[in-house]
Design a protein around this ligand. Sequence first.
Ligand code: NDP
Length: 283
Amino acid sequence: MSANLLDGKAIAKEIREEVKAEVLILKEQGIEPKMAVILCGDDPASVFYAQSKEKAAAKVGIGFEFYNLPGNTPEEELLTIVDKLNKDDSIHGVMIELPLPSHINKEKVMESVLPEKDVDGIHPKNRGYILSDGPGLFPATPQSCIELMLRSGVEIKGKHAVIVGRGETVGKPLVFLLLKHNPTITICHSKTTDLASFVRQGDIVIAAVGRPKMITKDMIKPGAIVVDAGINEIQGGYCGDVDFDEVKEIASMISPVPGGVGSLTTAIIFKNLLKGLKMQKGL
Ligand code: NDP
C-alpha cells in the first residue's frame, strides 16, 4: 500500500486564494492589510524566510515592511520599534523572527507586541486563549498540522491522536488546538518510556520533535494518518521526523517534508493577519 499525500503545497495555494479574495474585499472598503517583520541579525536562513514572506505577501496583495536590524541592536531600540508599529494604524500584524540575539529578553519582546497584531501567536494572552474558546491568534505550525488534515478530508473527531513532542512552538499549542476537534490525545516526549508502543496506538500520529526519520514503519498502525511537522537539515536538504519512504507503505495518509506542514505556515500567518485586522477594526 502507498499512502495518499497530505499535500501542503496544494492546500497552501487554496488558503492563499482565500486570503487574496478577502484582501480584495477589504481593499474595496478602503482597508489595505499590511504586516511588519522584524529580524535582528543577518542569519542567511532567517533573511531568506523573511524575504520569502515578503514575496508571498505581495502575491496576495498584503503590504509588507521588513526591519532587518543589526544583531547588536539594543533591546530598548527593538521595543521602541515594536511600540511604534503597535501604534501605527496602517500596520495590522507584527512578527518578530526567532531566535533573537542572546542579549535580548525574548519574553519581554514577545509580550510587547499588541495581542491583536501578534500574527505569530506568541503573546502570553494569545497562548492563554488556546486553552479557552477566546478570540486569539494562534501559532501557525500547529494550525498548519490541523488544516492539512481537515482540508484533506480527515475526520479528527473520535480518533486517537498521538503527538510526539511537547515543544513550545509546535507540540504544546497543538495539544489544545487539536483538542477543539474532539480527538482523544496522547502526548509523548523525551521521557516517554517505550515510545513505539504509544505511537503504534495512534489513528493519527503527529511528529514535532526535530530528530531526522525517528518515526519508523514498525511504530505505525496500518492505515494511520501521519503528519510530520519536523524540519531537520541533512546533507543535501531537509527531512522530517518521519521516515517517509518506509512509513508511506503502511500509513493511509502522510505529509512529506518538504511539501507538507511547512508549506502552509506563511499562508496561515496571513490568515492570522486578517483575523487580527478584523479584531482591530471591529469587523
Ligand atoms: P522543541 O525542541 O521545542 O521540542 C522538541 C520536543 O521533542 C520536546 O518536547 C522533546 O521532549 C521531544 N523529544 C526530543 N527527543 C525525543 C525523543 N527521542 N522521543 C520523543 N520525544 C522527543 O521543538 P519545536 O516544538 O520547536 O519544534 C519541533 C519540530 O518542528 C522541529 O523539527 C522544528 O524544526 C519543527 N518546526 C517546524 C516548523 C514548520 O513550519 N513546519 C516551524 C517550527 C518548528 P522533552 O520535552 O522531554 O524535552
